[in-house]
Design a protein around this ligand. Structure first.
Ligand code: PLP
Length: 319
């Protein structure tokens, strides 16, 4: 079912034990060896976390930065690849801290043209908007269970292409993490002679199994359509309150809406009131967006017309 949701035939597709950050560590730890060059797009908290993780694996990181709220433009990646062939290019697909959807397909083409692998973070995108691992020729991707898959947190679905597995096989050094070493995990997960590696969090596997069943029962396209429709409705309701989305037009996430806080408004007071008086929890802005935006999640089960109506009418009363 994970293959169907990732839209991939990759054999190496399974849930890593741990949250989305474990999937991030898994991908970098297996693909990177000390001294490898890596190009990472940074336009929010999770791009920065990728840099931190890659550096801890010994990578030499080239950061391609964009302002928060803007995309990583393919031209920026193209410039960064002008005189180098990094081992991989890594970009966050749906940047949860800013509400931006990065143009992965174009960036992936550039990465392959340069002879690099393409790694993406799909923690917030999987199940909420198109993620096409095989069509976009993505070599490594990780996700999380608690966002648009609407499952409790605790597993990180990952997928590695055959090209990525070839790179793993050609490693000169051992993967520095025993727990996340894909070769050891493959012996545990695969069919045939199975070797105990670690104790799988089986309750989480049951939960993920059920959530994937629900995703496929709804249908991927129908689910993406629901996220899109609720985003459009939310945007319409916000504009009637003179509120707008802070992220770049044309590249806004359906599942995470970063809303510009009007000048003179106490953003924390509104958020607290939403929570205590209305039972609605929204996110605060992070980093350069702190105090400047509210982040409204409409993910998985919570992406509903009822929830859009609820937040719009609560904001109307409070503002
Ligand atoms: C885009 C993105 N990447 C990575 C993570 C980290 O995932 P987790 O908190 O499940 O470890 C998050 C969590 O919000 C995220 O939104």
């Amino acid at each position: 079912m994970l293959r169907k949701v990732f839209l991939t035939e990759n054999e190496m597709t399974f849930p890593v034990s741990g949250t989305g950050s474990a999937g991030m560590e898994f991908c970098f730890a297996n693909l990177i060896e000390p001294g490898d060059e890596v190009v990472i797009g940074v336009n929010g908290v999770f791009g920065l976390r990728m840099v931190e993780v890659a550096e801890r694996c010994g990578a030499s990181v080239v950061q391609v930065e964009s302002e928060w709220g803007s995309i990583i433009a393919p031209a920026q990646i193209s410039d960064a690849l002008m005189n180098r062939t990094p081992k991989l290019v890594a970009v966050v697909h749906a940047e949860t801290s800013t509400g931006v959807l990065n143009p992965i397909q174009e960036i992936s083409e550039l990465a392959h043209r340069a002879g690099s692998l393409m790694l993406i973070d799909t923690v917030t995108s999987l199940g909420g908007c198109p993620v096409r691992i095989d069509d976009w020729e993505i070599d490594a991707a990780y996700s999380g269970t608690q966002k648009c898959l609407s499952c409790p947190p605790g597993l990180s679905p990952v997928t590695l292409s055959d090209r990525a597995m070839e790179v793993v096989k050609l490693r000169k050094s051992r993967v520095q993490s025993w727990y996340l070493d894909v070769s050891l995990l493959a012996n545990y997960w695969g069919e045939g002679a199975r070797a105990y590696h670690h104790t799988a969090p089986i309750t989480m596997n049951y939960a993920l199994h059920e959530s994937l069943r629900l995703v496929l029962e709804e249908g991927l396209k129908e689910r993406w359509g629901r996220h899109e429709a609720n985003h459009i409705n939310l945007k319409k309701g916000l504009s009637e309150l003179n509120l707008s989305i802070a992220s770049q037009e044309g590249h806004q996430l359906w599942q995470l809406n970063a809303v510009t806080v009007p000048t003179g408004t106490d953003e924390a007071a509104i958020r607290n009131s939403l929570l205590t008086d209305n039972g609605i929890e929204i996110g605060a802005g992070l980093g350069p967006f702190a105090g400047k935006v509210w982040r409204i999640g409409l993910m998985g089960y919570s992406s509903s017309e009822k929830n859009v109506d609820k937040i719009i009418s609560a904001l109307k009363n409070l503002l």
